[in-house]
Design a protein around this ligand. Structure first.
Ligand code: NAD
Length: 371
C-alpha cells in the first residue's frame, strides 16, 4: 500500500494522502492534498462506486495546475468516496458528514462539488466543518451553473483570442457542441459580443441554420427538458455532424475526446475555445495547431467555474465574482497565447508551463516546498 501511494509522487506532490474508513456507516474515502504551496487546496468531492486512489491523485494534480493557471491563491486537492451517489438521501448525508468530520482538522483542503455531489452535499460539509464551496444561495453560494460562470469565462477567452487569429467577433459565426450549463451561457455571452450561433448540439442531435439560431428559444427548450433538435427553426443533423459545420468559432462543451485523429480532418473552424475538459486528444490538438487552428486549452478557457467558487469562499457576491472571472480569464488567455507565439509552442504547452512556473515560484518560498 505504501509503495502505491509513493509511486504516485513527483516533485509537485502529492503532499498528503489520507484514507478514511468506517464500516458501520459505510465510509470508504480518500483525500489527496497534492500541493498547497500557493494556498489551501480547493477541489471537488467525487462520489462513485469505482473511484480509485490513482484517479483521486490524478484529479488532485489537475486541480493544482488548474488553480495555478487560473491565478487563484489556492493549491490542488481532491477527495473521493467509494459509494453509490444514488443511495437514499439520509444515508448519503450520514456518509458525507462522517467523511467531512474525519477530515475536520485538514484545514488545507476546501471541499467543492464534483460528480455525484451537489450544493446540498456542500451545505452538509459546511455545517459539519465550516469549509466548502459551491454552496446553496441561502448560505451565500453563487449558483455558477445557473448564472453561467464558466460560459462567461469562455466568452472572455474568445474576446482575447481575436488578437491572435483571423476572427473578429462582430462578424463571426459559432458552433456549440453540448448546449448545457457551459454551452448555452457561452452562446449567450458571445452573442452579446456580436457572434452568430449557427449550430448547436446535445446528446440527441444538432440543429443548424447558416442564417443564425435563436439562442433564448433553445435555452427555453433545454430548461423544459427537451432537446435543441425540438426547435422549429433550422435543419436537423446527426449529433456528431456539428464537428464539420463551417463556423469561425467551435466550442466543445460536452464530453472528452470528441475530436480525435479519425475526425480531426472534418474540422473547419479557425478558433476552438475548450469549454469541456480534454475535448480534443493530444495528437489531434497538435494536428490542429499545425493546420493553423488556434486552440484555447480547457484549463485556461473553462476556469470560470473554479474562479467563481474561490470568490464565493472569500464571501464575494456574484457581480464581483463575474468581474474577477473576466479579468483573470482574459489576462491568462493573453499570457498563454503571447507565450505560445513567442516560444513557438502550442497554447497547451504554454499553459502548462505557466501553471508549473507559478507553482514552482510558490514552492521556492517555502522551507518544505510543497507546503
Ligand atoms: P451539462 O450536463 O449541463 O451539459 C452537457 C450538455 O452536453 C447536455 O446538453 C448534453 O445533452 C450534451 N451532450 C452530452 N453528450 C453529448 C455529445 N456526445 N454530443 C453533443 N452533446 C452532448 O454539463 P456542463 O456543466 O455544461 O459541462 C459540460 C462540460 O464542461 C463537461 O466536460 C464538464 O466537465 C466541463 N466543465 C464544466 C464546468 C461547469 O462549470 N459546469 C466547468 C469546467 C468544465
Amino acid at each position: 500500500m505504501n509503495a502505491v501511494v509513493f509511486e504516485l509522487g513527483d516533485e509537485y506532490g502529492p503532499y498528503k494522502t489520507i484514507h478514511v474508513f468506517n464500516q458501520r456507516l459505510g465510509v470508504r474515502g480518500i483525500l489527496v492534498i497534492d500541493n498547497v504551496a500557493i494556498g489551501p487546496a480547493i477541489g471537488g468531492l467525487r462520489m462513485a462506486k469505482d473511484v480509485t486512489l490513482a484517479e483521486c491523485a490524478r484529479l488532485a494534480r489537475a486541480m493544482t495546475l488548474k488553480n495555478a493557471a487560473a491565478g487563484l491563491a489556492h493549491g490542488g486537492g481532491k477527495s473521493v468516496l467509494m459509494a453509490d451517489p444514488a443511495m437514499p438521501i439520509g444515508k448519503k448525508e450520514d456518509v458525507i458528514r462522517a467523511f467531512a468530520h474525519a477530515l475536520r482538522t485538514e484545514d488545507q483542503y476546501i471541499f467543492g462539488p464534483d460528480m455525484g455531489t451537489n450544493e446540498q452535499c456542500m451545505a452538509w460539509v459546511r455545517d459539519e466543518i465550516g469549509r466548502s464551496v459551491g454552496l446553496p444561495k441561502a448560505l451565500g453560494g453563487i449558483p455558477l451553473d445557473e448564472l453561467g460562470a464558466t460560459g462567461y469565462g469562455v466568452a472572455a477567452a474568445a474576446e482575447v483570442a481575436q488578437d491572435f487569429c483571423d476572427v473578429t467577433l462582430t462578424k463571426a459565426t459559432m458552433a456549440i457542441q453540448g448546449f448545457g450549463s457551459v454551452g448555452m451561457h457561452a452562446a449567450r455571452f458571445l452573442a452579446r459580443d456580436g457572434v452568430t450561433l449557427i449550430a448547436a448540439s446535445d446528446s440527441k442531435g444538432t440543429v443548424y441554420s447558416p442564417e443564425g439560431l435563436d439562442i433564448e428559444s433553445l435555452i427555453t427548450l433545454k430548461h423544459e427538458g427537451r432537446s435543441v433538435v425540438d426547435s422549429d427553426r433550422g435543419s436537423k443533423l446527426a449529433r456528431d455532424d456539428i464537428v464539420s459545420v463551417q463556423a469561425d468559432i467551435w466550442i466543445p462543451a460536452a464530453r472528452p475526446d470528441v475530436i480525435r485523429m479519425d475526425n480531426v480532418g472534418k474540422m473547419k473552424s479557425k478558433l476552438i475555445v475548450q469549454g469541456a475538459n480534454i475535448p480534443v486528444t493530444t495528437d489531434a490538438e497538435v494536428a490542429l495547431h499545425e493546420a493553423g487552428v488556434l486552440i484555447i486549452p480547457d484549463f485556461i478557457a473553462n476556469a470560470g467555474g473554479v474562479i467563481c467558487a474561490a470568490m464565493e469562499y472569500q464571501g464575494m457576491d456574484e457581480n464581483r465574482a463575474f468581474e474577477i472571472i473576466r479579468n483573470k480569464v482574459s489576462e491568462n488567455t493573453r499570457i498563454v497565447l503571447s507565450n505560445a507565439r513567442q516560444r513557438h509552442t502550442t497554447p497547451r504547452q504554454a499553459a502548462t508551463s505557466l501553471a508549473r512556473e507559478r507553482v514552482t515560484a510558490a514552492m521556492d518560498t517555502h522551507r518544505f516546498g510543497l507546503y
